[in-house]
Each structure stands twice: as C-alpha cells, then as structure tokens.
Design a protein around this ligand. Structure first.
Ligand SMILES: Nc1ncnc2c1ncn2[C@@H]1O[C@H](COP(=O)(O)OP(=O)(O)OP(=O)(O)O)[C@@H](O)[C@H]1O
Ligand SMILES: [Mg+2]
Length: 283
C-alpha cells in the first residue's frame, strides 16, 4: 500500500498520508522513550509487537461496538487508520494504583481502587502533559461536555472489556491511556473515535500470579528485557508463536510479515454513532 508524505514524527510512531483522503498510515517505530523523552533507546521488535497488539485490541473493541480509527494492518510495522482531529486530552483509566498516581498522592502501588478512576492529562509535551480536571478541558476548549461524556462512556466500556480479556490470559490490567479524535460526515455530524494505539506502551499489565510487569515500566525502571514482556503479552493473546518473533536480537522478518495478514477490514462494515448535541429534554 502506497504511503504518502510524512505528516508527523512522534516518539513512538510516524504518521504518513494514507492512500485515500482522510486516511493515515501509522508506522510503529522501535523507539522507546520515558520521562518525557529524557530516557531513550531503540529496541528491536518493539514496533512490530505494538503494531500487532494494537491492531488486535482495536479490532476486538470494534467488534463490541467501540468506534475506532483502525482500518487495517498493512504490514508488520504499519497500519491504515482514519485520520482524525485529535482531542488534546489523554484519558487515563486506572484500576490499581501505580505510576504517577502513587507519586502524586502517596498511595501504595498495587492498591486496588474502590472503583476505576478516570483522569485527564493535557497533551502538551512542553508542559509535561499535566493532569487537568474536567472543567479545564471544557473551559480551555479542548473538548465540550458532549465529547467528554462520549469519551468517558467509551473508556468505561473499554476498561470492562479489556479487564476481562486480560484476566482471561493471566494478566491484570492496572491502568491504560486512551486518545480520541473527531471526524465529521458530509452532513456535518460529529463522531468521536478511539484513536492512537493500545499496547504495552500505553497499558500497565502485571502477571496475575507473579506480579511481574509486562509493560513499558520494564524500560522505565530497568525491570527486564522489554521485548520479552511484550512478546509474552502477544503470545498470551494468541498473536505470535510461543517461540516469539526474534532471532539473534532482531526481528525474524519472514515470520513477522505473516503476522500482518491476519486482521480483517472492518472499515466498510463499521456503524458509527454521531454525538447527539441536542440538550436533554426535561422530564
Ligand atoms: N487517527 C489519527 N489521526 C491523526 N493523528 C493521530 C491518529 N492517531 C494518533 N494520532 C496522533 O499521532 C501521534 C502518534 O505518534 P506518537 O504516539 O509517537 O506521538 P507522541 O510522541 O506520543 O507525541 P504526542 O505527545 O503528540 O502524542 C500522536 O500525536 C497522536 O495523537
Ligand atoms: Mg504517543
């Protein structure tokens, strides 16, 4: 599939114009960064694994009715997605205390929260993606109340689904980060889609039995080989063979290329639900 001009180079992915207007090719890089870019490394295999895992999770979510930007996995490093206008808010859903929540509030890591907690972070690297409240999102014009409601509803649904999915393969979904974007149809109706990626870079996943961390914290805190953790997740999800996709420290290209032929094309079948911006009627 022909990819067009480079649009954006992020820390984990590069975006190119897609073959049709309104589409984008997401290229998953091997780069790993942490602490707002302070720590950086290139880790062979990471891009391939994240592409595969994210394509799979997005497909699963589509199948339960969560509208996503995902269209198709193109090859081992690239996927075709719908171009959206990214809402500049990272929504974090937490089930168990970890990471910045522990640091900020002094909660002990591993504390199971009384219910899932939704947090918003303003997407701005120069400010270090600060924690913000719902009111900030609305007053600053990053999202309106209807969009926020749609995002939160989707996040709860995603959390319920992914909790079960990961529990079934012996992993605890500790927390995860979501990004959403806007698209409009010809009639000007607005749709909010799940965008970006869902993978061990953006989720915390702990082994149920051993507590071993299988996510990006391996890189952040030097807890072990990152690719081993990501391969563990991919293998448990049934996406790669037990023997993994690496050979002598690099990706087994032949094997990895075959992994991209699996995911289906949901784009044509998708049914989107536009946001109803009408004021709720008083009872
Ligand atoms: N469907 C989409 N349409 C347009 N942009 C998208 C889409 N999905 C994801 N993006 C954006 O593409 C970029 C992905 O690159 P990457 O994840 O590497 O960025 P990043 O380094 O984390 O930077 P950022 O702080 O901008 O997220 C992000 O800015 C993300 O918001
Ligand atoms: Mg990102």
């Amino acid at each position: 599939m022909a990819r067009g001009k480079k649009i954006y180079e992020g820390k984990a992915k590069t975006l190119y114009e897609g073959p049709e207007p309104g589409t984008i090719i997401q290229y998953f890089k091997d780069d790993a960064t942490a602490f707002n870019g302070e720590k950086h490394a290139s880790i062979a295999g990471k891009g391939v694994l994240n592409n595969r895992i994210s394509a799979h999770l997005m497909t699963q979510l589509e199948s339960i009715g969560v509208p996503t930007h995902f269209m198709k996995q193109v090859n081992m490093r690239e996927q075709l997605v719908r171009k959206v206008e990214i809402i500049p808010i990272e929504l974090v859903m937490r089930n168990i205390a970890a990471g910045s929540l522990c640091k900020r509030l002094g909660v002990k890591e591993g504390t199971v929260l009384s219910r899932p907690l939704v947090e918003y972070y303003y997407k701005d690297d120069s400010l270090g993606d600060p924690l913000v409240g719902e009111d900030h999102c609305m007053v600053m014009g990053w999202a309106d109340p209807y969009e926020l409601e749609e995002m939160v509803n989707m996040a709860w649904r995603i959390n319920d689904y992914l909790n079960g999915l990961f529990a079934g393969i012996g992993l605890r979904l500790v927390d995860f980060k979501l990004e959403f974007g806007r698209v409009w149809d010809e009639d000007g109706n607005l749709y909010v889609l799940l965008a970006d990626e869902i993978c061990p870079d953006t989720c915390r996943l702990w082994d149920t039995k051993t507590g071993e961390k299988m996510d990006k914290d391996r890189f952040r805190f030097d807890l072990g080989d990152l690719v081993e953790g990501y391969q563990y997740v991919a293998e448990k999800l049934g996406l790669i063979p037990e023997s993994g996709i690496m050979q002598d420290g690099s990706v087994d290209e032949k094997l990895a290329e075959k992994l991209s032929n699996i995911e289906n094309e949901l784009a044509s079948a998708r049914k989107l639900r536009s946001i109803n911006k009408a004021k709720p009627r008083k009872a």
